[in-house]
Write a protein that binds this ligand. Structure first.
Ligand code: ADQ
Length: 448
């Protein structure tokens, strides 16, 4: 068995290398558990422009994994990461072509940074390596490696949705991008819809379809344990005491327009208006750390949510009750797990989401004797396997309002029955099965 080489835009920061924090890092830890591995990507650091910028690769070995990182210049960070990846590809892949801020010159920087990744990775490669590339920042990296003569098996996994080809074509270089993806031996997507959309693009280009489905999951055993063990944590106790037995609703999302937050707040507002019996009696905690704060759409969204939370609290709040507790800073994962467990309902209502791990984490965290209710958007990648949740259309605030009322008044038997249906899939499709299945497919590609 050869070495596994993982490439992603960001590599976990040194402090997170033993205990990774984010979804991708946690999921990949499962893949990187065995054998010797290399994880290559951007350090997260930006440096000033220099003539003929040729970044050094910095190497750090922690247990069996060597982390290899390069810095990017301010201009590379801006064009490659902020503008092309997050200002063009992200909205487009989330079906929001109208939010694309397209400029041809960013595409050049995007390709240059992908070529730079290839050039810097090349000398680190060894015979027998298998290369696994992650996400939309690096669509053309496989081709860039092939151009340098790399013959190792190369796989690609897209963590976010892939839209119908008729929409993807809004990107002027969509055809070229898809042609470049022919360099991959295995292409993995989250859902059947995503794979179908990409394969439609391939077949229109007269090329054999090769996108397959490898849904991502979590580590449910450790998450469930964390949720239970954390109940005695003083901060969790502090939350519990502050609830004073009131029904508790939770939402946890990065601040992103794909997550449907303004619509969700509107749904909560209608819920308070339409079902006054819950006023003064319910607590909704929304944890939404700010991300990508330099992209204009994200700044505007932050303002919109600040205003909505202020309006709802001002209109419906009382001197002893705050309808929304709204946090824009992260909460440690260990606390979050127990917060989920305390919550009677979770609002997971993205307008589009590749998978959405929060939905799976919420289910894993529940007490099986007294589980909470998951309110889930039809448009999360997790939806097809989680239809026992209360399914909502996230664009329809009335639907969200009614679902909240239904969740908080649901008979115990129905709550348990719904959770009993949700639980098996969260334990069946995990971070471990995701990584194992993908790596197996890549291994077969080597033999083919
Ligand atoms: P994300 O868009 O980041 O990921 P998601 O899958 O929901 O979305 O969450 C990632 C992780 O971050 C989860 O483990 C969650 O607990 C954590 N997290 C989220 N908000 C947090 C907060 N406020 N504080 C602390 N932790 C928080 C992308 C795609 C998803 C896909 C994943 C994995 O957009 O659709 O599921 O990759 O492939």
């Amino acid at each position: 068995m050869g070495r596994l080489v993982v490439v992603s835009n960001r590599v976990p920061a040194p402090r997170d290398r033993l205990q990774p924090a984010g979804g991708l890092a946690v999921a990949l830890r499962a893949a990187l558990k065995e054998g010797s591995c290399l994880w290559f990507g951007w350090s997260g650091q930006q440096v000033s422009e220099k003539e003929g910028h040729d970044p050094e690769v910095s190497l750090d070995k922690v247990e069996n994994v060597t982390y290899a990182t390069i810095d990017l210049t301010h201009a590379e960070y801006d064009g490659f990461y902020q503008k092309y990846s997050n200002g063009i590809l992200w909205p487009l892949c989330h079906y929001r072509a109208g939010l694309m801020d397209y400029d041809r010159k960013d595409q050049v920087i995007y390709h240059n940074v992908n070529a730079l990744f290839a050039r810097k990775l090349l000398p680190l490669l060894q015979p027998g390596d298998m290369i696994w590339i992650h996400d939309y920042h690096l669509f053309p990296l496989g081709q860039a490696l092939r151009d340098l003569g790399v013959t190792a098996p190369i796989g690609f996994f897209l963590h976010i949705p892939f839209p119908p080809w008729s929409l993807m074509r809004a990107l002027p270089e969509a055809d070229a991008l898809l042609r470049a993806m022919q360099a991959y031996d295995v292409i993995g997507l989250q859902t059947e819809d995503d794979a179908r959309n990409m394969n439609d693009g391939f077949s229109l280009g007269g090329v054999k379809a090769k996108a397959e489905v490898f849904p991502i999951g979590i580590d449910p055993d450790s998450f469930a344990k964390q949720a239970e063990d954390g109940l005695s944590n003083p901060d969790v106790q502090r939350l519990k005491e502050s609830l004073r037995g009131k029904p508790f609703i939770i939402g946890v999302d990065r601040l992103d327009y794909s997550k449907g937050l303004p619509e969700r707040f509107k749904g909560y507002e209608i819920f308070l208006e339409r079902y006054p019996e819950h006023r003064g009696k319910v607590v909704y905690l929304q944890v939404t750390p700010v991300s990508r704060g330099n992209v204009p759409e994200y700044r505007a969204l932050r303002r919109e949510l600040d205003e909505a939370a202020g309006r709802i609290n001002g209109t419906y709040g009382d001197f002893d009750w705050t309808p929304i507790r709204y946090l824009t800073h992260p909460v440690p994962r260990a606390l979050l797990a127990s917060f989920y467990r305390l919550a009677d309902a979770a609002l997971v209502t993205p307008l589009r989401d590749g998978m959405n791990l929060v939905a799976k984490e919420y289910v894993a965290a529940q007490d099986k004797a007294n589980p909470g209710v998951l309110i889930l958007s039809h448009f999360a990648g997790a939806a097809p396997d989680m239809e026992a949740a209360l399914m909502v259309n996230p664009h329809d605030a009335d639907d969200i309002a009614d679902a909240l009322h239904k969740a908080l008044t649901m008979p115990d038997g129905e709550r348990r029955a719904r959770w009993d249906h949700l639980e098996p899939d969260v334990w069946r499709v995990t971070a471990v099965t995701w990584a194992r299945d993908f790596i197996q497919a890549l291994g077969k590609a080597r033999l083919a």
